[in-house]
Design a protein around this ligand. Structure first.
Ligand code: RP5
Length: 163
């Protein structure tokens, strides 16, 4: 199976970004984590992105805050799907990073999750890889069924209570 790259603009993003890694681990999907900044080490970002396909990656998750150009800069240098996580890291509460990540020009998409939405970045990466991996798709279907069962159990419980 292809592996997932998780790139963050700063190690200060790790407390949020690690939730993506936890989801990948839960599904047995291999990943590599890097700290690479579009602004502070642009050459290394370009090198990573342009070699990512040859290096066995199938999906790239890129997280950054403030003027968050990391996901877009990576997407511009690889045909692999890129998932952007806007990080809440400034006085603008992450809206700056959201707009910087999501507003990509046609032809170079970044699939942007919610501000600090790292878990969904992990789930989306799993879904992308599962399209060509039946075992992974079966695990995803099991996960979805368990999730539904939990909500219905909570519904059953709340309906039997008086407040
Ligand atoms: C962004 O600036 C990083 O992704 C981080 O979210 C934010 C702050 O970075 P540090 O100043 O904490 O390194 O590039």
């Amino acid at each position: 199976m292809k592996k997932v790259a998780i790139i963050m603009g700063s190690d200060s993003d790790l407390p949020i970004v690690k939730k993506a890694a936890e989801v990948l681990g839960q599904f047995g999907v291999g990943y590599e984590m890097r700290v690479l900044s579009a602004h502070r080490c642009a050459a290394e970002v370009a090198s990573f992105a342009s070699h990512a396909e040859d290096n066995g990656f199938g999906v790239i998750i890129a997280a950054a805050g403030k003027a968050a150009h990391l996901a877009g800069a990576i997407a511009g240098q690889t045909p692999l799907p890129v998932i952007g996580i806007p990080i809440k890291a400034s006085a603008l509460e992450g809206v700056d990073a959201l707009l910087s990540t999501v507003q990509m020009p046609a032809g170079v998409p970044v699939a942007t999750v919610a501000i600090d939405g790292a878990a969904n970045a992990g789930y989306l990466a799993v879904q992308i890889l599962a399209v060509s991996d039946k075992e992974l798709m079966d695990k995803l279907k099991d996960f979805r069924a368990e999730q539904t069962a939990k909500v219905l159990a909570a519904d059953e419980k709340i309906r039997s209570q008086q407040f």
